[in-house]
Design a protein. Structure first.
Length: 123
């Protein structure tokens, strides 16, 4: 699974727990929050794409280690069974359209419980 986008709030929360220097943190932010490509960020900063990738990797590692998570929006690339992917896409659209934070939190808890139950079934 690859992390594609983060909200600024979630990025800042995760970055605070890392040892990234300000400049390196900025590079990762441009990729994960602003949606720029690592190649473009590297070229503009006069650095290698690999260095930018390492900075993004630090934030990505922090994200996947973070058990609490946030309720901000992230974009991820992953492989799922088509039926599951279609249902999750519809759910994401409904959650974004809702605008009701309480309903978003309640729906998130329901989904997390269902995912936990499915994971236990498979283990």
């Amino acid at each position: 699974m690859k992390l594609k986008r983060l909200t600024l709030e979630d990025f800042d929360r995760l970055a605070e727990g890392t040892r990234l220097q300000d400049r390196t943190r900025q590079l990762a932010r441009e990729v994960l929050v602003d949606g720029e490509t690592p190649s473009d960020v590297a070229a503009r900063a006069g650095m290698t794409k690999q260095r930018v990738g390492l900075a993004v990797g630090v934030i990505e590692k922090a994200y996947f280690a973070d058990q609490g998570g946030g309720l901000g929006w992230v974009s991820m690339e992953m492989e799922l069974p088509e039926r599951v992917a279609l249902q999750l896409d519809e759910l994401a659209k409904a959650l974004k359209a809702s605008g009701d934070q309480a309903k978003l939190e309640q729906a998130s808890e329901i989904v997390m419980a269902a995912v936990s139950k499915a994971r236990k079934l498979l283990n």
